[in-house]
Design a binder for this molecule. Structure first.
Ligand code: NAP
Ligand code: MG
Length: 496
């Protein structure tokens, strides 16, 4: 199969400066500064991006505030908002190939994954469109005054206001559309801060939102570095921050929001346990465990990065996993045969190879992989370590790369304790043919999501988020919507 070429419309787009989108207008950063973003498969610069900072965040917050207070978005009926979101979903589908190519160029992900994320993102926006007509409170009159004749009391749901949406780089288009569509369904206005490495889809998506009929100022996009994110977090006129990224920055955001008690939703890191029992169907479990860690080159918050295998099955699983890892095709996301792309940046490459070196030094047994691929681009081989020391970095910390650590276990109690022995609590996997084992373990894992005999499924009807240091709150569906709403209780004393 020959490699797909990036669309000429995409390449033409990248020849233009990637501007900020504020109040419906494309504009340069106030400082006039720009920075370069790179294709991680080659390490070469591909676009020049406006380098927004706090002055631009100020302008964007003012625009979002005006758009919130003049009710040009939240004042629409749910049906009108929903129609616009449905139009946005249609436009995402019309531009799916362009969006996928931008994400491949900017993040490095394989074509099949980029296409699947474009389709899933359109579905997510449609689901948000439906959510906008499910915003209603309750009537408690009868509980308060018998038949409700003395007091009419109800709750109303209101959009939380101006929200700052801070995005990670591992699924740029999907995280933009997931956060923005839910915020819009609730009636909020927003400022999006894409990750510095992957801003390219955000601008196109902001333009598509305008084309769909989202009024100017409702979705603003400010590219920039961590200081732009911090400016959003510190801004007194931002009512809520919804953040996806590292636990370290998540904690920093919590500290920063202590002054004015901004609302916060955090979707943070993970070190998720995947558990294979010896009764599992190995034709499902082994590819499942490989997919759990090697999808998107391990750059997934939900990656199954710790694998626990029941002792009798250890050799079979290690052999099967090594075989898969050794055959995974690394390459450009545009090559349809590529199964794993590069890491997103030079910085991430150094971080991941640093962990691999540390793993060797700490005495974990290297089963396969263990190096970067020669040549251009930020490629790292699928890597598996056996028996990492319990206190080692590779066993404890989120690596965010294609690095799996494997340990064996004997009993359910032992593996549940080991799986939960982490500061994270995002997700977990269980492979078994025993229905009792499946439910017992699913019930005992301290994580926001558990997959049984599969790994990594997400759906617009299923909330996603973490226990413990993997975050605060849930995204997706009604719980995700609720996070962009305030509840108001209204008591109306009636004259008899
Ligand atoms: P990060 O620093 O947490 O970045 C996430 C987002 O927050 C980016 O848009 C980032 O901007 C912004 N940001 C950085 N500092 C900020 C601050 N003080 N206030 C507000 N926003 C701020 O993550 P990273 O440095 O890109 O990646 C480091 C590690 O984070 C990864 O190796 C991985 O372990 C973890 N991570 C987790 C997820 C997830 O899905 N849970 C996603 C990405 C990364 P910049 O891009 O300019 O830094
Ligand atoms: Mg960072």
């Amino acid at each position: 199969m020959t490699a797909v070429k990036p669309l000429s419309s995409v390449l033409n787009r990248l020849n233009l400066p990637q501007l900020l989108l504020i109040d419906g207008e494309l504009q340069a950063a106030s400082s006039g500064k720009t920075y370069e973003v790179h294709d991680p498969a080659t390490g070469k610069p591909i676009a020049s991006v406006a380098h927004g900072a706090s002055a631009d965040v100020d302008l964007a917050v003012s625009a979002a505030r005006r758009a919130f207070e003049n009710r040009r978005w939240r004042g629409l009926t749910a049906e009108a908002r929903s129609r616009i979101l449905l139009r946005l979903a249609d436009l995402v589908e019309v531009h799916a190939e362009e969006l996928a190519h931008l994400d491949i160029l900017n993040n490095g992900m394989p074509l099949a994954m980029a296409n699947a994320l474009a389709a899933a993102s359109a579905a997510r926006v449609r689901s948000a469109a439906a959510l906008s007509s499910r915003i209603y409170g309750k009537n408690a009159s009868a509980a308060i005054s018998g038949n409700g004749s003395e007091m009419h009391a109800y709750t109303a749901k209101e959009p939380v206001g101006v929200v700052g949406l801070i995005l990670p780089w591992n699924a740029p288009m999907a995280s933009f559309l997931g956060k923005v569509s839910t915020a819009l369904a609730a009636g909020c206005t927003c400022i999006v801060k894409p990750a510095e490495a992957t801003p390219l889809t955000a601008l196109l998506l902001g333009e598509l939102a305008l084309e769909a009929g989202v009024p100017p100022g409702v979705v603003n996009v400010v590219h920039g570095f961590g200081d732009a994110g911090q400016a959003l977090v510190d801004h007194p006129d931002v009512d809520k921050i919804s953040f996806t990224g590292s636990t370290a920055v998540g904690k920093q955001i919590v500290r920063s929001c202590a002054d004015n008690l901004k609302r916060i939703t955090l979707e943070l890191g993970g070190k998720s346990a995947n558990i294979i029992f010896d009764d599992a169907d190995m034709t499902v479990a082994i590819p499942g465990a490989a997919h759990a860690i090697f999808m998107n080159a391990g750059q997934a918050c939900l990656a199954g990065s710790r694998l626990f295998v029941q002792r009798r099955a250890l050799d079979t699983v290690l052999e099967g996993l090594s075989d898969i890892a050794g055959k995974i095709r690394l390459g450009s996301g545009f090559d349809p045969e590529t199964q794993m792309g590069p890491l997103v940046s030079q910085r991430q490459l150094e971080r991941v190879t640093g962990y691999i070196e540390q793993g060797r030094t700490d005495g974990a047994k290297l089963v396969t992989g263990g190096g970067r691929r020669d040549g251009d681009g930020y490629f790292v081989e699928p890597t598996i370590f056996l028996d990492p020391p319990a206190d080692s970095g590779i066993y404890r910390e989120e690596i965010f790369g294609p690095v799996l650590v494997v340990k064996s276990f004997d009993s359910i109690d032992e593996v549940v304790e080991a799986a939960n022995d982490t500061r994270y609590g995002l997700a977990g996997g269980v492979f078994t043919t025993n229905v009792n084992t499946a439910h017992l373990v699913a019930g005992q894992l301290k994580t926001g999501t558990v997959w049984v005999n599969c790994y990594g499924h997400l759906h617009p009807t299923m909330p996603f988020g973490g226990y413990k240091e993997s975050g605060w709150g849930r995204e997706i569906d009604e719980q995700g919507l609720e996070a962009f709403l305030e509840t108001k209780s209204v008591f109306v004393k009636l004259n008899q």
